[in-house]
Ligand binder design. Structure first.
Ligand code: GTR
Length: 411
C-alpha cells in the first residue's frame, strides 16, 4: 500500500510542481512579510581597515551562492576591438556615432558609442556603459547602425529587424547625455550570451564551457563582459575618461550592473534601475517576485547553488543589501518605480538603508534618507535613490537623475 502511494506521488510530483508554479501568487501585503533578520553587513567589522577582508568574504558568498564565480576558463580571456564604421555626425553635430566590433571568446559584439562633440583625446568625457535589450539599432534611429546577428528575444524568427530602428530610444535620452557631455557606450546583451535557458551552449559559453553549480551563469557572464568592454574603452577609446565610467542597467540588466560594479572596482559609479529580486530588493521580504519564482522562471540567470534558497530565503548567508555594500564607497544609484511592485520598491530602498552602514564606516554619507522619500523626490547622497511615478521602465526622468548624480560625483 505504502509503495503504491509512493509511486503515485512520484508520478504526480512534476504535475504538483507545475501546479505550484501555476498557483504562484505574489504577495504585496506588508503585513504578511515573514519575520526576518538581515545578516549584519558589518558583522564583526568595526573599522574601515577591516572592511576589505569582509568585502572579499561577501563577494565570495554572493559569487558562489547567487551569481556564480568566474571559472578558470574565463580568467585570461581578453577582448580586442576593430572599427566597424567611421565616425558619423549625429543630432545636428551635437555628437558622433562610432561602432566597434569587439571580439570576445569567439563572439562578435557590436559596441555603439555616442560621443558628445566635446569629447576629444585631450578632453576625454565621462561615460555610461550599459547593455540594451533589443539591439543597438533600437536605441537610436540611425540607418547606419548595424543590426546584430545574434539571437533576438521577443522576435518570432529570432532575428533583429530594421523595422525596430529607434524603438527603444525613449529609454536612452541620448541627446540629454550628449548635451551634458556624456558618452553612451551600449551593446546588445544577447551578443555575449543569449537570454534563454539553452544549457549554456551559445554565446561566450560555447567557447568557455558550461558553468558548474557555483560558476558564472548568465548574469555573471554579462557582468564579466562589461569589464572586458571597460578594458576596450581603456585601451581603444581615448575620448572616454576611463576613470569616469558609470555602469548602468535596467531590470535583469540592473541586476547585472550591480554585479559588475561590485566585482570590478574600476567602475567609478553604478546605476541599477528597477532591478528587483536578485538585484537591489531584499530577498527576505519576498514581496512580488521571490527567489523561488525567479530561479524557476529564469534558471540560467543564477548559478545552481541559488536554487536552494527558493522559499527558503532565511537560509541565505547574505541578503541583497550586502550586494550594494560591495560597491562602497563608490557612488551608487538605485531607482524604483511606483507601479513596479513586482520589483518591491520598498525592498530596493531598504537595501540602500542597510548598505549605508558600510558607506558611513568608510567615511562617506551613504544615502541621506532613512524613510522612503516621496514620489519623484530623489535623494542624491553617495547613494542616490528615487521612486518615480509610472511603470517598470527607463524614462527621461530617470536619466535626468542619473546625469545630475554622475555630474555631482564626477566633478
Ligand atoms: C521579469 C523578471 C524580473 C526582471 C524583468 C526584466 O520577467 O521577473 O526579475 O528582471 O523580467 O528584466 O525585464
Amino acid at each position: 500500500m505504502r509503495i503504491i502511494w509512493l509511486v503515485t506521488l512520484a508520478a504526480l510530483s512534476p504535475v504538483l510542481l507545475m501546479s505550484e508554479e501555476f498557483k504562484f501568487e505574489p504577495n504585496y501585503d506588508e503585513s504578511l512579510i515573514p519575520d526576518y533578520t538581515l545578516p549584519d553587513v558589518l558583522d564583526d567589522v568595526s573599522s574601515a581597515e577591516d572592511w576589505p577582508a569582509k568585502r572579499t568574504e561577501w563577494l565570495n558568498l554572493i559569487g558562489t551562492q547567487m551569481f556564480g564565480v568566474l571559472p578558470a576558463s574565463f580568467q585570461d580571456v581578453t577582448a580586442t576591438a576593430e572599427p566597424l564604421s567611421a565616425d558619423k555626425s549625429i543630432l545636428g553635430g551635437k555628437g558622433r556615432l562610432r561602432q566597434l566590433t569587439v571580439t570576445l571568446a569567439g563572439c562578435e559584439l557590436n559596441l555603439a558609442l555616442f560621443l558628445p562633440s566635446s569629447a576629444t583625446t585631450e578632453y576625454p568625457a565621462p561615460a555610461f556603459l550599459g547593455y540594451n535589450f533589443s539591439g543597438n539599432h533600437t536605441v537610436f534611429p540611425d540607418p547606419d547602425i548595424v543590426l546584430t546577428e545574434s539571437w533576438m528575444r521577443r522576435k518570432e524568427d529570432g532575428k533583429a529587424s530594421a523595422d525596430d530602428r529607434g524603438a527603444s530610444a525613449s529609454r536612452w535620452s541620448i541627446e540629454r547625455m550628449l548635451d551634458n557631455g556624456f558618452v553612451l557606450a551600449t551593446l546588445y546583451y544577447g551578443d555575449v550570451d543569449p537570454d534563454k535557458d539553452d544549457n549554456f551552449q551559445n554565446g561566450v559559453h560555447a567557447e568557455l564551457g558550461q558553468p558548474g553549480p557555483d560558476e558564472a551563469a548568465s548574469i555573471a557572464t554579462w557582468a564579466w563582459a562589461l569589464s572586458r568592454l571597460l578594458d576596450v574603452i581603456e585601451s581603444d577609446v581615448t575620448e572616454i575618461d576611463s576613470d569616469k565610467v558609470a555602469v548602468f542597467g535596467h531590470s535583469r540588466l540592473g541586476k547585472t550592473s550591480l554585479w559588475a560594479g561590485a566585482s570590478d572596482e574600476r567602475f567609478a559609479l553604478t546605476i541599477s534601475n528597477n532591478s528587483g529580486c536578485g538585484g537591489a530588493a531584499l530577498s527576505r521580504r519576498a514581496i512580488g517576485e521571490t527567489v523561488w519564482k525567479i530561479t524557476t522562471a529564469f534558471p540560467h540567470w543564477f548559478c545552481d547553488n541559488f536554487d536552494q534558497y527558493g522559499n527558503n530565503e532565511g537560509a541565505m548567508p547574505f541578503d541583497n543589501h550586502t550586494l550594494l555594500a560591495l560597491i562602497a564607497p563608490r557612488p551608487l544609484y538605485i531607482a524604483s518605480a511606483e507601479e513596479d511592485r513586482w520589483a518591491d520598491p520598498k525592498g530596493e530602498f531598504l537595501s540602500c538603508v542597510h548598505a549605508t552602514h558600510v558607506y558611513e564606516l568608510l567615511g562617506t554619507e551613504g544615502m541621506p534618507a532613512s524613510e522612503m522619500p516621496g514620489l519623484n523626490e530623489p535623494v542624491h547622497g553617495r547613494i542616490g535613490y528615487h521612486i518615480r511615478t509610472g511603470k517598470h521602465n527607463v524614462t527621461d526622468y530617470d536619466w535626468e537623475q542619473y546625469i545630475a548624480f554622475a555630474k555631482k560625483h564626477f566633478n
